[in-house]
Design a protein around this ligand. Sequence first.
Ligand code: PAN
Ligand code: ZN
Length: 184
Amino acid sequence: MEIKDPRNHFSKENGALSGEKTSKTIRKLKDMKGFYEDEEAFNKMDPETVLYEVEMHAPVKAGTEGGLFFGTSFLNPGKVGEEFFMTKGHFHEIINRAEYYWGLEGEGVLVFMDEDGNASAEKVCPGSLHFVPGKIAHRLVNTGDTKLAVGACWPADAGHQYGPIAESGFGVRIKEKNGTIIAE
Ligand code: PAN
Ligand code: ZN
């Protein structure tokens, strides 16, 4: 029997993915209209500003029951007004699907919200491990001044539900005020 060479690679430093069946999604400022509180600050910024990139390894088709997806999110440092750059955030389409996140590089916050709108948050740093239970919306925020890299693994049939977050947000925003990181 032949012992195969691994076809896919995962950087030990920042989780960058390469090899077969990997793809990349880029999210720019213009993709996040309505997500930030300070619309005036938002409108003054370059809409082409890259906020984050997600590299993903998809060994099965989206929707495959029992399959898994593996990804690394890279969030750039920066703010819109007082609010730190963040991901859109979502519930899973099949809402009970859970997920793991783990910190690789940089400093951030993972914000959670249940279906009743109750929010909570955890600090993310290299080596931190976060279990995202089913039925919990999740959003990453870069609170540092360097790139935030965070790994994730989630069920291939989970899907993403962005609508409720686009409409009502997380009930809490991660900001910098007088040099302090706050959730309000
Ligand atoms: C992650 C997220 C990734 C980007 O892979 O999809 O961090 O965030 P948004 O999808 O909210 O833009 C994940 O949670 N997958 O389920
Ligand atoms: Zn998710």
